[in-house]
Design a binder for this molecule. Structure first.
Ligand SMILES: NC(=O)c1ccc[n+]([C@@H]2O[C@H](COP(=O)([O-])OP(=O)(O)OC[C@H]3O[C@@H](n4cnc5c(N)ncnc54)[C@H](O)[C@@H]3O)[C@@H](O)[C@H]2O)c1
Length: 438
């Protein structure tokens, strides 16, 4: 079976490599020439555990190809997956220009039946727009060629993307023809050997499932952040509260961790987009509006704690940051809390020393010389008046506090992920503060 995947970012590259791993012949297409050049030289532009090895092997064995032109493979493929970006427009709604551009290209160049499968996260109704665009292009060419559209939202988590794709909790596929359903069933069959977790739906429901899922997860985070902030005020410990409520099987224990705000390329934009979709229908998503507001406020919580610790005067202070990526196991800094905090620290006149195991280049690309890039976590703490833990990388979990204490100018730690033991830190002479704990 041969397929094309248009858009070779986190989703497109992981999907392409995993389909190729199952024996599918995959051509990954991207308009970014530099990215395609790198991939064609066996270099993977993003950090994702297990991805590089899989990409390189399948590329070498000829099942994975890279090109900048969809027309290189369109005549040979049965399905075209669209995994291009859908960034937020100014009003928060999803920008569909890339998705529709792919549809246009398919309509302008296809010569036989294909299914155009949208893997990008897109609002309800997008598949219909895609269909109209292809039909318009075929009409302009005065040709009649059968095609289908399908919606196959992606649920992979950055940092565990390969694992999630290879053994998914579920695969959701929205279709409107038996032919497309069969094709998608065949394509995903290798991933369903032990347990058939493929859920076929109508197309609008598939499109909605993705937004509803991300919005639910974002809601849990903001809810727990609100609870954590209240715990601090009333003298409760959010860790105990989390365990206490998570033990209720109706609630479950996952995604109940408070922190310094969610970021990344999905939750912030998908919550905004769903709010906007509702508005277009004359409906207010009040819960999600609050989820967003709470999250924006949460991104500033550590800065506020730091500022009040130093009596509101941070000028000339050196602040170390451990972790820049929006979460562990990725170099993605899109909408990362670190970016908000760095801006606040710089505006307050601080010197900022940063360390992240994989996101240093990404930070350099975004911020240039505005911060100091440390060699390692201890180097970041060198001469610092305060240390802020922002990303829960495993290597930050058990540092040598003695070394940190000797290295820092003042023993002050703000833990944005609640990974340290308050008693241990205080016994070690640190001023320690976390989220929702005393
Ligand atoms: N990143 C995630 O964890 C994740 C998870 C699930 C779903 N999604 C969704 O998947 C989609 C893609 O996300 P991503 O993080 O992979 O984005 P990304 O920005 O990493 O990659 C998108 C790629 O598409 C390319 N592109 C844009 N227009 C193109 C065109 N006309 N032809 C060929 N290539 C084109 C860009 O050059 C870029 O390389 C988004 O809708 C996102 O919401 C992302």
């Amino acid at each position: 079976m041969k397929i094309a995947i248009v858009g070779t970012g986190y989703v497109g590259l992981v999907s392409g490599a995993c389909f190729a791993e199952m024996g599918v012949e995959v051509t990954c297409v991207d308009i970014n020439e530099e990215k395609i050049k790198m991939l064609s030289e066996g270099k993977v532009p993003i950090y994702e555990p297990g991805l590089e090895e899989m990409v390189v092997r399948n590329f070498r064995e000829g099942r994975l190809k890279f090109t900048t032109r969809l027309t290189d493979c369109l005549d040979e493929v049965e399905a075209v997956f669209s995994a291009v970006g859908t960034p937020p427009d100014e009003d928060g709604s999803a920008d569909l220009s890339y998705v529709l551009q792919v549809a246009r290209e398919v309509g302008q160049n296809m010569n036989h039946y294909v299914v155009l499968v949208t893997k990008s996260t897109v609002p309800v109704g997008t598949a219909q727009k895609v269909k109209v665009v292809i039909a318009e292009e075929l009409a302009a060419r005065k040709v009649e060629i059968e095609f289908d559209v399908a919606s196959n939202p992606e649920f992979l988590k950055e940092g565990a993307a390969v694992k999630d794709f290879m053994s998914p909790d579920r695969v959701v596929v929205g279709v409107e023809s038996e032919r497309a359903r069969k094709l998608m069933q065949r394509l995903y069959a290798p991933f369903m050997m032990t347990n058939n977790r493929i859920l076929f739906t109508d197309i609008p429901s598939a499109e909605m499932i993705k937004y509803a899922a991300n919005s639910m997860l974002a809601t849990r985070i903001s809810f727990m952040n609100d609870i954590a902030n209240l715990c601090e005020l009333v003298g409760a410990d959010v860790n105990m509260v989390r365990k206490g409520i998570g033990a209720d099987t109706r609630i479950g224990s996952k995604f109940l961790y408070p922190g310094c705000g969610y970021g990344g390329s999905c939750f912030p934009k998908d919550v905004k987009a769903l709010i906007q979709t509702a508005r277009q229908q004359g409906y207010e998503m009040r819960v999600l509006q609050a989820v967003e507001e709470v999250n924006e406020r949460q991104k500033s919580v550590l800065f506020q704690k730091l500022s009040s610790h130093f009596g509101g005067d941070l000028k000339g202070k050196t602040v170390a940051l451990w972790g820049l990526a929006f979460k562990a196991e990725t170099d993605d800094m899109r909408e990362a809390t670190s970016l908000v905090i760095i801006r606040q620290l710089l505006d307050a006149g601080c010197e900022v020393r940063v360390f992240d195991p994989v996101a240093m280049n990404e930070c350099r690309r975004r911020l240039g010389d505005a911060v100091t890039y440390a060699k390692d976590m201890y180097d970041a703490a060198l001469g610092a008046d305060a240390l802020l833990l922002l990303t829960e990388w495993k290597q930050f979990r058990l540092p040598s506090w003695e070394v940190v204490r000797r290295t820092m100018n003042q023993p002050v730690v703000f833990d944005g992920r609640n990974i340290y033991d308050p008693e241990e830190l205080r016994a070690g002479g640190f001023h320690y503060s976390s989220i929702g704990r005393q």
